[in-house]
Structures are given as C-alpha cells and as structure tokens.
Design a protein around this ligand. Sequence first.
Ligand code: DC
Length: 232
Amino acid sequence: MGKITIAIDGYSSTGKSTIAKRLASTLNYIYVDTGAMYRAVTLFALNNGIINEKGEVDEDALVDKLDDVHLKFVPNKETGHSEMFLNDENVEREIRSMSVSGFVSKVAAIKEVREKLVKIQQAMGKDKGIVMDGRDIGTVVFPDAELKLFMTASPETRAARRYKELLDKGEKVTYAEVLKNVEERDRIDSTRSISPLIRAKDAIEFDNSDMGLEEQFERIYDYSQRVIVREG
Ligand code: DC
C-alpha cells in the first residue's frame, strides 16, 4: 500500500499534535511538529537579544542571523517522540514556555523565517509517509497532500487545555492570561499577510470542542484508511 501525506492544520491548542503523533505512530509514518520549529527560532531570537524588553522583534537582525539557526528533530528513545534541538541543544521544554508562546506569532509572521522553515518541511516530506501539523501545511507546504484536516475548537476549550498543560509543567500562569494568549495568537496567525491560518478548500473541518480523544482518533484514523485505500 502506498504512503500518503497527511496535513493537519488549525488553531493553537486544538489537540493537533496529540492526534498527529498517534496517527503517525499507528501508520508507522514520520511526525513533524512545525510549531516546534517556529518556537525554536523564537527562542533563538530571545537568547540572542533580538527581541527587546518592549517585546519588539528586530526583524533585520533575525533575518541576518537565520543561517546560524540549525534545527533538528531527535527521537527520544524513552518516550518514542522526537524532540527539538536548536544548534545541538535540546530545547523541547524551553520552547513550550509562556515567554516563547508570547512572541512566536510575531516571529512566524516574518517572510524569511517562513521561507527557511517551509523548505526544510518540504524536504522532510518528499518521500510521503508523513503527518505534519501546523498552520499552513495544507495550503503552502503540501498543497497536494492526499488528506488535509483543519482542527477547530472554541477559544475557551483550547485555553482550558493549555492552562492544564502549563500547570502540569509547573508554570505559574492564570487561566485569563492563557486565554488572552490563545486569542491574541489566533488574531495574529489568521490576519498575517504571509501564509495566514486559513482552511484549505479541500480540508476536512474537524471541531473537537465536545469530543474525547478516542473518538477523534477513531474518526481521523478512519479518514486516513479510506484515503490510503483510495490512493492504492
Ligand atoms: O502549534 P504551536 O502552537 O506550537 O505553534 C506555535 C506558533 O507558530 C503559532 O502561534 C503559529 C506558528 N506556526 C505557524 O505560523 N506555522 C506553522 N506551520 C506552525 C506554527
């Protein structure tokens, strides 16, 4: 049976990565979390003084230094999941912090950053057999993907999920801060001029506000099987 490309896009904290990881491991496909790549570039900017105290990103300085940003996904043998390495340092934990979340949309709106990351993503998927999640996978990275999903859920549902994740990690945040961050990222991600977050015309919209993980996975796995059989 031939392998296909699966593009999963949608708003932040819609559970894209949980579904995408499980789908990839069930199908024995590669999983790529493109948000982790934008987050790692943001961490690089924070660590190199490219974002000032006012929260402004010096775009020219970041573009100048982009060649010094080396990203790699390295599998963690214990968890079975890949972790993000920035210039040979494991940054998987740091890139999920609120400070990175607060700036990542600004960094992800920079044309040169997107061009660099999209090229890497397309190279990773050239042999198919990949599940990639992000915002522009079905529209820009793999417009010919055989299966495209667009995940949505209400901002309150998503903020509650993210809040729980951050509390579990020991971060000191309030639900109100998390909701504000989710809404602000939605706004920036869907209104930016380059590759805004929009549903590809041929993507299946999937609202999981009131759906448990098991049901979501079964439905999405079912879609994938139908497409795999159809593509032969
Ligand atoms: O999926 P995430 O929340 O980890 O993504 C972090 C940010 O990166 C998000 O605010 C939007 C941006 N992003 C993007 O612009 N394009 C992608 N393909 C993936 C993420």
